[in-house]
Design a protein around this ligand. Sequence first.
Ligand SMILES: [Zn+2]
Length: 173
Amino acid sequence: MPAISFSGTTSRGPFWLQIFRHEKTQTCRAPRADGRDIRKGDKVILYWKQRMPIKKKPVHLIGEAIVTSAEMHHYMSFAYDDAFARRDGFEDHLELQSWFGSPKIHGHELYNVIQFDVYSLAALEMICKKCGWNKITSVPEERVCPKCQGELLILTAFFGTQSFKIPTLRMGK
Ligand SMILES: [Zn+2]
C-alpha cells in the first residue's frame, strides 16, 4: 500500500488533526521521478512525519484512505482558489501561497493533486489534566474537558492492534 507522510501545521492546526476531523481531504505532491505517482483508486496509508521516531510525536499512523481523485495540475491553476486551499488544510489561498511560494515564480510547477477519503482512523486516548476525565476516540471533537473545562491532552494513539505511547499533546485550539 503506498504511503503518504504529512508534516505540516497551518493556522488551522497540524495536518494529522485536520485529517482526524475530516477537514483536510487533499494533498499536493510533486510528481515522482520513477513515475509511480499515486492514482485514483489506490488505497493509501497516512503517516504523520513517517521518519521521525515514534516517541517524539503525538501520532505515527493517522489512518487508511482511498484515493478518490489524483490529477496533475500546475500550481497556477489552484494558487488563487480558496475552496482548494481549505481542502488542503489552509485557511485561504494566501496561506496556501505562503507554503507553495509566489505563483509568479512557481506557477508552472506541476503537482499531483490527491483527494482522499479516510475509511479507518487511529484511535486517540485523551485525558484531562485537571480532573482525569478520559476518552478513547477517533473523533477528537472536544477542545476542553466536558466535565471541568480543563485542558485536554492526547496520550496514546492506537491503530489496529498496535498502540503508540506518545508525548502529551495539548488539545487547545
Ligand atoms: Zn476535567
